[in-house]
Design a binder for this molecule. Sequence first.
Ligand code: MN
Length: 515
Amino acid sequence: MNANIDVEIFDTTLRDGEQTPGVGFSIPDKVKLALRLAEAGVDVIEAGFPVNSAEELESVRQIAQAVSSPICGLARVVSSDIAACIDCGVDMIHVFAPTSEVQMAHAVHTTPAKIIERTRRAIERVKEAGLLCMYSPMDATRTDPDFLLEICQVAGEAGADWLNLPDTVGVSTPHSIAEMVRRVRRQVQTPISIHCHNDFGLAVANSLAAVEAGATMVQVSVNGIGERAGNASLEQTALGLKCLYKAKIALKTEKLYGISRLVERMTGIPTPPSQPVIGANAFSHESGIHAAGVLEESSTFEPGIMTPEMVGHRRRLVIGKHTGKHSVQLGLEEAGLHPTDEELSEIVRRVKSLGGKGKHVTHSDLFTIAESVMADLPPSQRAIVLDQIVVTTGNRATPTASVVARVNGEARTEAQLGVGPVDAALRAVQRILGSSPQIEITDFHLDAISGGSDAVANVSITVEDEAGRRSSSQAAHEDIVIASVEALIAAINQLLRVRAHAQERAGEPAAQVVS
Ligand code: MN
């Protein structure tokens, strides 16, 4: 492709993304996300479909007021839709009309001639209002190629600033979408945007192929959320453009990890660990050979052209069945432990054996093993020692937990409310630390080990501090609250130990060992 081509990023998380089955953002969440996207340098933010509901209109209006970056509103080729967008104070209106035979016949029961006429009038109306106009022939990839050219020409003549070609149901291939973009470009001067869906897992590949064929804007969503299997993901498309195609994009890619986590929390849709760019494993290594390699030179077993720093992520070495000496040694050194060669071999043997039994090896497991293997280790310092916990709950009571614990030797008491007893207990434990350090629970898993009401609850918790350091722990108990609290305290103690040691040294470690 043309190296150094400028590609604009059009984010539709708040519009197509919100059409994800089961997802709905509150207005404050929408404004917050729009501000974050603008701060990251997204070129256009599609804020919503104002005519859809009063709430939707209000959210688009608030976003247009709060955010200085270009804001786009969606509209059918209908004057009341366009009026609603104008009313919101948007900078760009994205008008769309179905152009495939199946959609013209069954979605809107109309004819090509009427679609052409409405398209022309809608675009003229947007331009008369002095706003930018994007036009989408919906279902472009299933539209008769000659009719597609005709309608694109009409849109261009009517004054559209952008022609967006949607692969509405995700049936393109990289080859076919590139062909479509080339055909339209030969006929029409208007810049081309591309909007791909992921029904066959090709949304990002198709978007990149379209850019290669001459599209200069990509429509994407954070974490790839959207209708059905979703849209092309912002993270993957942006990094593909930047690293593989050397395209110029305005996006500050180092903001991506934080934005992805924000959307994960807002939608409640967890990101799979193997998700490219922003998944927990995107820059993680467990195998001994890989870990040793990346410790010496990160590009040995990573793309190299894309680094965790570029996307605001972290490189992590995971302890488990495939671990080698390097990761274990580094993990222990992070907490100030320096085993001899013999001790290290024994610790690695036990870690691998634990992992080999199918057990997830946590950070706490590693240190428990190290403590039992290393002979001259002083008794471990635990920052938090639990004395007492009391939880009340019931159908007419707000779950409340009070905790008495010693924190660095000082007795403290804290009480908190929660949505349930576990939530109340975990909040109380977190509060007992005070306001600093900021330790967040990033992962909480609960399993019942055996059946029946006396089943043992097995809780695993991962915590993370403001510098992105992580620690995980597990605890099993017949009482679900106690299991949760024990796992949390063990994880926090481990993290505090690593923090304390990090403060003694200058600079941050290049990689952090977690489990
Ligand atoms: Mn779509």
